[in-house]
Each structure stands twice: as structure tokens, then as C-alpha cells.
Design a protein around this ligand. Structure first.
Ligand SMILES: Nc1ncnc2c1ncn2[C@@H]1O[C@H](COP(=O)(O)OP(=O)(O)OP(=O)(O)O)[C@@H](O)[C@H]1O
Ligand SMILES: [Mg+2]
Length: 267
């Protein structure tokens, strides 16, 4: 019954869809006829911080890209704040998985952040002092203001990651989608990034991040979404992040001892 409803698409009257910053129904995405994401439903809670968790190749990045309309699904619907994605793009900021951008032409850090202001700048793209000030403020929030004039391609991976977060902040979005924001960053940078994300939550924004470090899930997030091509579990961390759901998601890929340790820490 539920399956059938999903295939028929999002019902505009469904209150859970209306209230959700990101509601996905019956999403299947395939590459070369092989599903990377299969029949997935997702309802992100307003003002939550949700971790998308699953092994390599589980379809996490694909799920985010489909939510953004970057990849075309075989089937399924995406609703953003109760309306079709196409009408709501300006409300979403996206920080892609690292190393997915190759900077082969010189671009200054400040210009990368100004890209986040493109809607505000309009067609003529005339950059004014207030735009620069806003971009600098965003760089300041991620501790990168001293690097404004540097070439983005000359920064370390972790520094680039912070600049992309600053660009997302400049967008003043309501929904932030981040693909592994902590991958390969040092402890200080991770702290800085999580502080920024928590401040977004405090401001009423919604944050969804692909996350690999199972040990920090309970500290950083209030909701989880476990995926391995199919959705395995979703909900508040204390309900959906358990030894059973981790086992279902990772199977043999995660040692039982590791699962027990995480589950033990959960109490
Ligand atoms: N552009 C593409 N063309 C073909 N196959 C792809 C493409 N992008 C992803 N895939 C495949 O789809 C599956 C899901 O990939 P995806 O990048 O979504 O996984 P992921 O969960 O983000 O993994 P990771 O933890 O390694 O980032 C993988 O098997 C991957 O090889
Ligand atoms: Mg990925």
C-alpha cells in the first residue's frame, strides 16, 4: 500500500511532505542500467541535522545529487519545502564531495565565495563593497579570511573545504546539503566546521550531511538516514542508529566489535 503510494508520486496534501525541507519519494537512480539508489523515500525534519550514512558506493552522493537535480532519476519525486525542486533551488546550498572540482584556471578564494552571491548580484554581476564584506564575513566564519586573495587551487584540501562552506554560507540558504564535509580535514578544522553547522541549526536552518565517522554521529547529528542502495533506516539518532541498523547497512564490511562499540557508546 505504502509502496504503491510512493510510485504514484508525492501527494501535495501529505502534511509530512508539506512540512519537510526535503521530501523524496520513490527515488531510483541508475548508472548504465544499474541502480545506485533504489526506491528511496526520505523525509528530512525541519531544523534538523541529519547524517546520511552508508558504505562506499552506497549511493549517498547520488542521493544528494538527485535531490539537487544534478542527476536525473529513473523515477521518483523531490519536494523542497513543499514545492517542486525547480522552484526552490535558491533555498538550497550544496557543498560537494571533495576532489570533485578541478581548478585548472586561476580563481581567487574571495571569488569562489562571491559565486555564492550570484543570485544577489544579478545578471550584471556587479560586485559592490557590501558583497565583498559579506563574502569576507563568511570566510571569517570558517577561519579563512586571511586567504581571501589566494588561488583556490593552491590551498590544501581541508582549506578548500572550508572555502566551499563559506560559499554555501554566502548563499543564505534554508537547506544545506553537504557531501562529507569532514573528509580529510584535521581536528581543528572539523571542530570549526561542526561549530558553523550547529550555528546554522540554531538559526533554524536544516543541515543534511553525508558522514563517514560513525564515532561522532551522536555528537554531531540528531537524525540519521542509513542507506545501502536502499534505505535501511531513518529517524532520530537514538531510535535509528543501532547495532541492528548498522549491521543491516554495512553487513560484513563493519566488524562486529566495531558495531558493538558504537552501540555500547549509545547506551
Ligand atoms: N557518474 C557515474 N557513472 C557511473 N556510475 C556511477 C557514477 N557515479 C556513481 N556511480 C556508481 O554508483 C554507485 C553509488 O555511487 P555514489 O558516489 O553515490 O556512492 P557514495 O555512497 O557516495 O560512495 P562514497 O562513500 O565512496 O562517496 C557506485 O557504485 C558508483 O560506482
Ligand atoms: Mg560519495
Amino acid at each position: 500500500m505504502v509502496e504503491l503510494a510512493a510510485k504514484q508520486g508525492v501527494r501535495p496534501t501529505d502534511p509530512s511532505v508539506q512540512a519537510s525541507p526535503l521530501a523524496i519519494r520513490g527515488l531510483t537512480v541508475s548508472y548504465n542500467q544499474k541502480p545506485a539508489v533504489f526506491s528511496v523515500d526520505m523525509t528530512v525534519q525541519l531544523g534538523s541535522m541529519t547524517a546520511i550514512i552508508g558504505p562506499n558506493g552506497a549511493g549517498k552522493s547520488t542521493l544528494l545529487k538527485a535531490a539537487l537535480g544534478i542527476v536525473r532519476p529513473v523515477s521518483g519525486q523531490v519536494t523542497v519545502f513543499g514545492r517542486p525542486l525547480e522552484k526552490q533551488r535558491a533555498r538550497i546550498a550544496y557543498v560537494p564531495q571533495r576532489a570533485s572540482v578541478d581548478w585548472d584556471f586561476p580563481t581567487r578564494v574571495i571569488d569562489v565565495v562571491l559565486m555564492g552571491l550570484s543570485r544577489e548580484l544579478g545578471l550584471l554581476g556587479r560586485v559592490r563593497m557590501r558583497h565583498i564584506a559579506k563574502a569576507m564575513d563568511c570566510l571569517n566564519r570558517v577561519g579563512m579570511h586571511d586567504f581571501a586573495d589566494r588561488q583556490i587551487g593552491q590551498l590544501s584540501g581541508g582549506q578548500q573545504q572550508r572555502v566551499f562552506l563559506a560559499r554555501a554560507l554566502a548563499q543564505d540558504a534554508d537547506l544545506y546539503l553537504l557531501d562529507e564535509p569532514f573528509a580529510g580535514v584535521d581536528a581543528a578544522t572539523e571542530k570549526a566546521i561542526i561549530a558553523v553547522l550547529k550555528s546554522l541549526k540554531q538559526a533554524g536552518k536544516t543541515v543534511v550531511a553525508v558522514h563517514h565517522d560513525l564515532a561522532t554521529v551522536t555528537d554531531y547529528f540528531d537524525h540519521v538516514f542509513l542507506i545501502n542502495t536502499r534505505k535501511l533506516a531513518a529517524g532520530p539518532v537514538d531510535e535509528a542508529f543501532t547495532a541492528e541498523t548498522l549491521q543491516a547497512t554495512y553487513g560484513g564490511r563493519l566488524a562486529t566489535a566495531q558495531i558493538d562499540q558504537i552501540a555500547g557508546a549509545l547506551g
